[in-house]
Design a protein around this ligand. Structure first.
Ligand code: C2E
Ligand code: CA
Ligand code: CA
Length: 275
């Protein structure tokens, strides 16, 4: 590539400039998009591996962009985290999820809880507890029907503030899940110290569940016994086939999430399945 000379570098720089400009333009459009109601939530079921009931649903944000069409979170969440816009966007997601979930009912048993992804910036804000508290009060959603998903890396900064915030949230009765479990740090001490209620095991372990006794199956089996020893439930992510679901049930995993059980879809679609 060196032989391309100066022109090559100029071309490269121009491309990077364009990409950076496009990123900045997208980021700058988030507040307007929020105002105009361009964001919406899809929901994906967390299904019991024991009886097939829908235990919960995860809220996954989408952006109906006027020019670019529907954008998946991977194309704007990172940006929103960098710029801090994840705070207003995350507040909107929390409020919308609670507002929608309060009307859900099940044909039998408990209505499903709604599981909301939390960004590290949100967890660092001292007023998050107050925000969740007043959301629950205003919508009337029972606290145990809200789950907050945090990632392992969020707990690894060593900072006291997020830990205090999580404890206060758990004291409200809100569920706390560790998202993408197994992909971050292997320091498990935080499981002892934090008020966690659920582990969501990353899909990459589930993908390896082809042959019985495969390494991934042994890893999953020990994660399940670790979790159960700590009184936590385990949800496996990225379950795409009936074979994977069967192996997970055999291992004792509590719930599954993935295309095999249902793709992310608007709330009314999920609700129709509950009845
Ligand atoms: P995640 O929390 O790990 O969410 C699960 C992702 O896996 C979703 O991607 C979902 O559509 C996808 N998925 C579900 N089942 C399967 C399957 O069987 N196979 C495969 N290959 N994939 C499956 P999505 O909706 O594109 O979201 C991507 C990520 O964006 C999420 O990963 C989450 O980290 C983040 N995200 C989504 N919504 C929010 C939000 O409201 N706030 C924040 N902070 N992050 C969010
Ligand atoms: Ca998640
Ligand atoms: Ca995940």
């Amino acid at each position: 590539a060196k032989s391309a000379g100066g022109a090559g570098w100029a071309l490269y720089d121009a491309e990077r400039d364009n990409r950076e400009q496009a990123r900045q333009a997208l980021s700058a459009a988030i507040p307007g998009g929020l105002e105009r109601g361009e964001f919406y939530l899809d929901y994906q079921p967390l299904t019991s591996l024991q009886d097939g009931s829908v235990l919960g649903v995860e809220a996954l944000v989408r952006w109906q962009h006027p020019q670019l069409g529907v954008l998946r979170p991977d194309s704007f969440i990172g940006l929103a985290e960098e710029t801090g816009l994840i705070v207003p966007l995350g507040s909107w997601v929390l409020a919308e999820a609670c507002r929608e979930a309060v009307g859900w009912s099940a044909a039998t048993g408990e209505p499903p809880y709604v599981s909301v992804n939390l960004a590290v910036r949100q967890l660092r804000r001292p007023d998050l507890v107050q925000e969740v508290c007043s959301l629950l009060r205003h919508t009337g959603l029972p606290p145990n029907r809200l789950q907050l998903e945090i990632t392992e890396s969020m707990m690894m900064s060593g900072a006291e503030e997020p830990v205090r915030t999580l404890r206060a949230l758990a004291d409200l009765g809100v569920r706390i899940a560790i998202d993408d479990f197994g992909t971050g740090y292997s320091n498990l001490a935080y499981l002892r110290d934090l008020p966690v209620t659920e582990l969501k095991v990353a899909g990459e372990f589930v993908r390896g569940l082809r042959a019985p006794e495969a390494a991934d199956e042994r890893i999953l089996a020990s994660l399940v016994s670790l979790a159960h020893a700590l009184d936590l439930t385990v949800t496996a992510e990225g379950v795409e086939t009936v074979g994977q679901a069967e192996r997970l049930r055999a291992i004792g995993c509590d719930a599954g999430q993935g295309w095999h059980f249902g793709r992310p879809a608007p709330a009314d679609h999920i609700l129709a399945r509950l009845r």
